[in-house]
Ligand binder design. Sequence first.
Ligand code: FES
Length: 156
Amino acid sequence: MRPEAVAEIQRIRKRYPRGRSAVMDALRIAQAEHGGWLPPEAFREVADALDVTPAYCHSIASFYDMYHLDPVGEHLVEVCTNLSCALVGAQAVLDAFASELGVRPGGTTEDGGFTLRAVECAGGCGWGTVVAVDHRYRERIQAGDVTGIVEELRNG
Ligand code: FES
């Protein structure tokens, strides 16, 4: 990480009585520093900055959907498959993205263009299926919308 990023983590750490309380902010900063994902060295860097173990950092990062343990593609497509969205066809939406992109959920296309993920509740349960495309939520998505979304992203 750049020294500026480490300094930012140290600044945030001072807000809390214990270093471990700043781990989520620190992971967010580390992820941005490492191009959108958290390689093993990121956990060591965060651990060193907060006086915790890399395993503790990894346990937090592996729990939350917003942290990525593998490199992500140019576009990140996240389909909520939790209960409310599941009841209105989330699995069909996820399957349609997988088919359209040629990649399984959790994977990245060979050209590095897209990462597809199934995620837990996105907080828009009344407007399912919710799909986050590059961190912007789209609501009431149906399987029939998927081809158009992918075309839109491919065409920039
Ligand atoms: S279940 Fe999909 S947004 Fe809550």
